[in-house]
Design a protein around this ligand. Sequence first.
Ligand code: PFF
Length: 458
Amino acid sequence: MSSPSRASFGSKFGIIMAAAGSAVGLGNIWRFPIETGQNGGAAFILIYIIAIALLGVPLMVAEFFIGRHAHTNAAHAYKKLSSHPFWSNIGFIGVLGGSLILCYYVVVAGWVLKYMFLSLDGTLSTLFTPGDASGYESLFGNFVSSTWSPLIFMVLFVLMCHFAIAAGVRKGIEKLSKIFMPALFVILVVLVGFSLFAPGAQEGLSFLFHPDFSKLTTSSVLSAIAQAFYSLSLCMGCLCTYASYFGKDVNIIKSAVSISVIDTLVAIMAGLIIFPAVFSAGISPQSGPSLAFIALPGAFQQAFGAVPAVAYIVSVLFYALLVLAALTSAISLYEVPTAYIHETWHIRRRYAALVVTAVCLMLGTVCSLSMGVLGDMHIFGKSVFDFLDYFCTTIMMPLSGVFIAIFLGWVVKRDIFMDDVTNGCTLRTTPAAVVHWLLRWVAPVLLFAAFLGVLGVI
Ligand code: PFF
C-alpha cells in the first residue's frame, strides 16, 4: 500500500499552509457568517470556539497521528492500527464522505468563480439599486437554475483542481498552498480595513462581539459543532491523508493548534468584512445561504458607493478571496480519493486523478442541475444538493468523529499514541496526555449527544 518512495511535503511551512488551506474555505467565508447570522452572533461564536478547543483540536491531532503513523491513504491507515474489521474500515467513511462533499463543493465554487467574473466586468455594480435587492435576486436565481452556465464554471473549477492534484504533493498541493494562502491573508486584511470604515460598521461589530445568550438554543449548539467540524475539515479523510505526507519531526499538536487558530481567525475576519457591510446597508444578518450572492453585492455597493472605485475593488477582492479559499479546500478533498485509488489500484497518480475528476463531474452535474431541471428529484424530501450537504455535514462528520475518538481513546494502545505524538518522547508529554484524555472521555460523549440531538432524540 505505502511505498518507500511515497510523496511527502517539503517543509513545515508547506505543511501548515496546505492543512490550513484545507481548513480555510467556503466554510469560513460563506458558511460561518451565515451560521453566525442565523444563530445570534457572538454567543454562537463563543460556543464555536469551545467546540474547536474540546473537539476540533483533539480530533485533528487524532487524524494527524493516524495518517503519519500509517503513512498511507485514509482508508488503509486504520488497518495499520487495528485488524478488527469494524475499526479497520472506519477510514472508508472518510474517503466516501470527502468524495461526496467534493461533488457539491465544486458546484458552489463554480458560482463563486462566476461571481468573480461578474464583479470584474462590472455587472455587479451596474445592477445596484439602493434599497432594492431584486436585481441581484433574479441574477442569482436565474443563474443557479439555468443548465449550462453553472456547469461551465463548475467544470472550469474542477479542471483547476485536477491539474493541481495531478502535479503531485510537493509541486501541486504544497506549492499552490504556499502561494495562495499568503495571498488570501493579504486580501483578508485589506478587506477588513475597508469594511471597518464603512458607515455604520459599529452595529456589525457589536453583533459579532456582544453575546446575547438568550438566542442560544440546542440547535445553535449543534450548528456550532457541525460548523467547527466542517470548517476544520475534520473526519473526512483530508487531514489524515495530508498527515501521511508529514515527516517524523513534525510537532503534530503544535501544528493542529496553529491550523485551528488560523482557521478561526479567518472565519472571524470574514465576519468582520461581512457584518459591518451588511449592517451598513440595512440588510438582515439572517439572510441565509444567499448572503454572499444576493445581499453582499448590494451591501458592498451601498457601503462603499460614495467612492465607486472602492466598491468595485472590494467586490472583486471578495470573490477572488472566495475562489482562492475554495481552491485549496477542494484540492484537499480531491487528494483523499486520489491517494486511495492511486495506492489501491496501483495506477499512476495522474490516472487516479482522472477517475476522481470523471466521478466528480458526473455527481457535480447532478447537484448543479438539482437547482434547475432536476429540481423535482428529491431524496428524503430534499434536493440532491441539500441532501448531500445535510448527510455529509450533519450525519457522516459527527458519526465519523465519534468512531475516531473511540478508536483513539479506547482501541489504539495509549503508549503508541503517546510515543508517536511526542516524536519518540522528544516533546513534552502533558499536551499529548490532555489530548488523549479529551479523546477518551469528552469527545465521544459530546459527539454522541450531538448526534442524538441531530436525530431529535434529545
Ligand atoms: N474546511 C472546508 C471549508 O471550510 O470550506 C470544507 C471542507 C474541506 C470540509 C474538507 C470537509 C473536508 F474534509
